[in-house]
Design a protein around this ligand. Structure first.
Ligand SMILES: Cc1cc2nc3c(=O)[nH]c(=O)nc-3n(C[C@H](O)[C@H](O)[C@H](O)COP(=O)(O)O)c2cc1C
Ligand code: SF4
Length: 422
């Protein structure tokens, strides 16, 4: 099984120097793109490879690039979303720390495709080790002439800057991220206009996730058919899947896109810890809907999980066991989302604390008849389309699906005036 993203990451994660990276074939794809291809053929190759964004929404990467209007002004920006504050998600960190040159090469190719000469890596504030390794790798790439002016003698230029995030979850939402990069408060922007039309400093901007861009050198280097053949499903490539919770071996694995949840849970994560049973899992970070036993054989891909009422999200699952109280579990998540609301829209600003208080009361044995219905009402009112960004709708996904699959747990708390797990 091929693992292009992680095959050169050492077990201790110490990063490859530029010469070590070049020995693995590094920077050959960037050279090929800039010397022998044009921006449109790079974009078309990424479209045909069916690469979908690994940051959560799963949009076609090449199609997103192609949305920059052909007659757009020459100043365009590429921004790497390395904020990674989704609870339960720790995949981009491995790529940033373990092989920063792979990301830089992906950025050189992506910047060429969209014709940007300036790029930013918007980095999670806590990722100091990644910041140091990125800066070192950037200095090596500059010294080798892979950044700066006239890269590979192609006439193209690129500068990459590392920007430490303000340290809020909302900074990961792409338009809030753009505001933060401009030095403004990290509120999301109303869309349209989309960043591809008017993004950073009002110029066309592409925001892509770290894992997304790390795939790009491999697609350009080895081709569309090879990339598609990596996956078990209709969208191409591998995926960094993770598992946290009370499994025997929590961790992160690069596997074919479309690997089943059961294989990840039982083979790679070693199954549940002794004495515990599986109850449910959030497949792609805290803002996705629960999957339960009947879903475990589904491929963990964009379409299958969408059809099952959930989302692939970041592909890093949080596993819940049968001794963890679902009400307490969801309450913990909602408390995080309520704290992280930027406060711009009323349903999110007022609704999330209300949901949090209701869950706290139920968990503390002070729930009332009608509380479950109130929670359901909020799950709809804070859903997609009612807010400026996806923070509140994302927060409602674990809640709405917990009410669907673990409803008895909520009603038992109310009837028994206490938490049965305490
Ligand atoms: C509240 C919130 C937080 C987000 N945090 C991240 C993040 O940390 N990293 C990320 O890549 N995308 C994050 N996203 C998704 C981005 O808005 C955007 O869709 C993504 O960076 C696009 O990259 P992709 O097309 O390569 O997936 C977040 C979205 C929301 C609503
Ligand atoms: S949904 Fe919440 S986080 Fe998103 S814009 Fe509205 S208030 Fe801000």
């Amino acid at each position: 099984m091929e693992r292009p993203l992680t095959q050169h990451i050492r077990p201790d994660r110490s990063p490859l120097s530029i010469s070590e990276y070049e020995k693995t074939g590094g920077y050959q794809a960037a050279r090929k793109a800039l010397k022998t291809m044009d921006p449109k053929s790079v974009t078309d190759t990424v479209i045909n490879a069916t690469l979908r964004g690994r940051g959560g929404a799963g949009f076609s990467t090449g199609r997103k690039w192609s949305f920059i209007p052909k007659d757009a002004p020459p100043q365009r920006y590429l921004v790497v979303n390395a904020d990674e504050m989704e609870p339960g998600t720790f995949k981009d960190r491995l790529l940033l720390e373990g092989n920063p040159h792979q990301l830089i090469e992906g950025m050189i190719i992506a910047a060429f495709a969209i014709q940007a000469d300036t790029a930013y890596i918007f980095l999670r504030r806590a990722y100091r080790l990644a910041a140091a390794r990125l800066e070192k790798a950037l200095a090596e790439a500059r010294a080798a002439g892979y950044l700066g002016k006239n890269i590979f003698g192609s006439g193209r230029s690129l500068e990459i800057h590392v920007h430490m995030s303000a340290g809020r979850y909302i900074c990961g939402e792409e338009t809030a991220l753009i505001n933060a990069l401009e030095g403004r408060r990290a509120n999301p922007r109303s869309k349209p206009p989309f960043p591809q039309i008017s993004g950073l400093f009002g110029k066309p901007t592409i925001v892509n996730n770290v894992e997304t861009l790390c795939n790009v050198p491999h697609i350009i280097g080895k081709g569309v058919d090879w990339f598609k053949s990596l996956a078990l499903t209709e969208d191409g490539g591998t995926k960094l899947y993770g598992a946290s919770g009370k499994v025997k071996k929590p961790g992160l694995w690069e596997l074919p896109l479309g690997t089943s949840a059961r294989e990840i849970l039982e083979e790679h994560a070693g199954g549940m810890r002794d004495g515990l049973k599986f109850k449910g899992l959030l497949p792609g970070g805290a803002s996705t809907d629960f999957l339960v036993e009947k879903h475990l054989d589904l491929p963990m891909d964009f379409n299958a999980l969408g059809a099952a009422g959930s989302r692939l999200g970041t592909g890093t699952m949080i596993v819940m066991d049968d001794r963890t109280c679902p009400v307490g579990f969801v309450h913990n998540l909602i408390r995080f989302f309520a704290q992280e609301s930027c406060g711009w829209c009323t349903p999110c600003r007022e609704g999330l604390p209300w949901v949090e208080k209701t869950l706290a009361a139920i968990e503390a044995g002070k729930g009332k008849d009608g509380d479950v219905e109130i929670l359901e009402m909020h799950a709809k009112a804070l859903g997609m389309g009612n807010t400026y960004c996806a923070l509140a709708p994302g927060a409602m996904e674990p809640l709405a699906s917990a009410l669907l699959y673990f409803r008895d747990d909520f009603t038992r708390h109310i009837k028994e005036q206490g938490c049965p797990w305490r």
